[in-house]
Design a binder for this molecule. Sequence first.
Ligand code: KG4
Ligand code: ZN
Length: 349
Amino acid sequence: MKKMIILGIESSCDDTSAALVTSDKEILATQTYTQLKEHSCFGGVVPEIAARSHLEQIEQVVDATMESANISFDQIDAIAATAGPGLIGGVIVGTMYAKGLALALGKPYIAVNHLEGHALTARLTNEIAFPYLLLLVSGGHCQFVIVKGVGQHQLLGQTMDDAVGEAFDKTGKMLGLGYPAGPKIEALAKTGNPLRFTLPKPLYKKPNCDFSFSGLKTAARQIIQNEGPLEGQDLHDFCASFQHTIADVLCDRTQRAIEIARSSGITSLVIGGGVGANQAIGERLRQVCDANNLDLFVPPMSLCTDNGAMIAWAGLEHFREGRHTGLDFKPRPRWPLEEINNNDFMRMS
Ligand code: KG4
Ligand code: ZN
């Protein structure tokens, strides 16, 4: 089969990112403009600021991607862009840019579900066959999914309130760590005592594989308020205890999810989303996989957090099965993985 080259565009949160990915699993180029500085003083992403920033950056991010790969637009086979879920202003910017390019170049457009981007990334970096169990842990999502095929996903459990990355970020904000707090908490935790502070583990040992993090966040707030500003070793100990509690919860929930998913024939666990960059949590999840005889796949850190390559790859997976999307497909702020409908796509003529 002829080698395909797909341009992918991601703009659903605070990164404007583009990448060129081939059907031989090469990432020819990737460029990302991160808006971190624009949001960090607010302790979270401000949707209006994000949308304007995507609009300002998208053209140069795409052009720089093409230049660094030394590829011209007529060499690409299709253009994929995140069409949801996410902050709708940014999603509209990326979608409209991709549709405009597709129309001007006469190339197919592919609407990609951002969550499916995370779900399929491990197939770009590794040889993994369907079905597999996915633990998606990001700033906006926390769920277990059986990935049965391209566009075929079964939700097993999800958070009833906050996402796990959100728990890191909100707790980090209370500690004055800025946004995003996940990597900072992980760094501080390295030299802390994980058993110093006792925090609750919501839904621990419950028979389903759902999550809940809001009680943990409230308990963290109480400790932070009672202890006064946490500094020095106290801060390290708190971060270590917080991360250790989250790791305990994720391991317990993963054990349950594996038991539930086992009959579907899964042989591996894939981690997707920004929290997958946390090495301490990854190490704990590896132990769960070893105990259950499952392979664990964690994409490299740069592909765990939001990036254009995962969107290009998910687009490519649909495209090589003969699907692309009509230009009338509307961006979706809410778009659960289970609602991807391969019939929304058009067959290649
Ligand atoms: O997947 P992602 O880049 O964006 C979303 O789709 O949400 O994930 C971002 C989230 C943030 O909440 C961030 O704090 C968290 O991932 N994160 C981490 C780490 N690196 C990023 N959380 C814990 N430890 C890390 N090392
Ligand atoms: Zn994401």
